[in-house]
Design a protein around this ligand. Structure first.
Ligand code: DX5
Ligand code: ZN
Length: 232
């Protein structure tokens, strides 16, 4: 593959590919140590999957855990909220130390208002699209957001297989982002491993979330796992 794995060369704005390990696949009994280990292994961001057993069929953790993890890493905390309603919890996640707060359009009645709310808290705002949610959902909010998160699995669980149809969506959103001329991040989440990461990067992604592929093998494997996801 004759391309520089660090650059999204199809993009007008060349951006470094960043890796955001999801602690969903970490050892929950040792979360602080796990965050430190994945940070030292080269993670660019720490991805935190918040699930409520209602918007998605699984439960994880809330702002209390994120606040407790905050001193364990200075890297950006990328908080993916799979909860509904979401608006009433934004302040708590901002206070807990989130740097980026990403919401799903289906999680509340007024996506534009939710985005403005996140930005008013001094945080970066992301919008996440489920596999069946069309890119069109972004038409009237794209210029307002800092990040678009394309789900390449149905949200709720780690360890699922990458859904190939999402590559077309990534390509379409890459074009839309480039048209804006703004530095909007394009993140992909779900079933990302060294093979699917290469395809997601080729489609235009610049941030890759990985749970299983980042944390497999325990702490001694984390640095090699992250290098593999970068295509090194
Ligand atoms: C799924 C979460 C993902 C998940 C990815 O709902 O949003 O972040 O942890 O896990 P893997 O990489 O195992 O698919
Ligand atoms: Zn996620």
């Amino acid at each position: 593959m004759p391309r520089d794995s660090w650059l999204v060369t199809d993009s007008d704005v060349q951006q470094q590919v960043r890796i955001a390990p999801s602690i969903l696949s970490a050892d929950f009994a040792r979360l602080g140590e796990e965050v430190r280990a994945i940070d030292e292994a080269g993670a660019d961001w720490i991805h935190l999957d918040v699930m409520d057993g209602h918007f998605v069929p699984n439960l994880t953790f809330g702002p209390g855990v994120i606040k407790a993890l905050r001193p364990h890493s200075a890297k950006p905390f990328d908080v993916h909220l799979m909860i509904s309603p979401v608006d009433t919890f934004l302040q708590a996640f901002a206070d807990a130390g989130a740097d980026i707060i990403t919401v799903h359009p289906e999680a509340g009645p007024h996506l534009h208002r939710t985005i403005q709310h996140i930005k008013s808290l001094g945080k970066k705002a992301g919008v996440s699209l489920n596999p069946a949610t069309p890119a069109k959902m972004l038409d009237y909010v794209l210029e307002e957001v800092d990040l678009v998160l394309v789900m390449s699995v149905n949200p709720g669980f780690g360890g699922q297989s990458f859904i190939d149809s999402q590559l077309r969506k990534i390509e379409a959103i890459r074009k839309q982002i480039d048209k804006t001329g703004k530095a909007i991040d394009l993140e992909v989440d779900g079933g990302v491993d060294p093979e699917t990461s290469r395809r997601a990067i080729e489609a235009g992604a610049d941030i890759l979330v990985a749970g299983t592929a980042a944390f497999r093998g325990g702490p001694s494997a984390y640095a090699a796992n992250i290098r593999g996801l970068r295509g090194e």
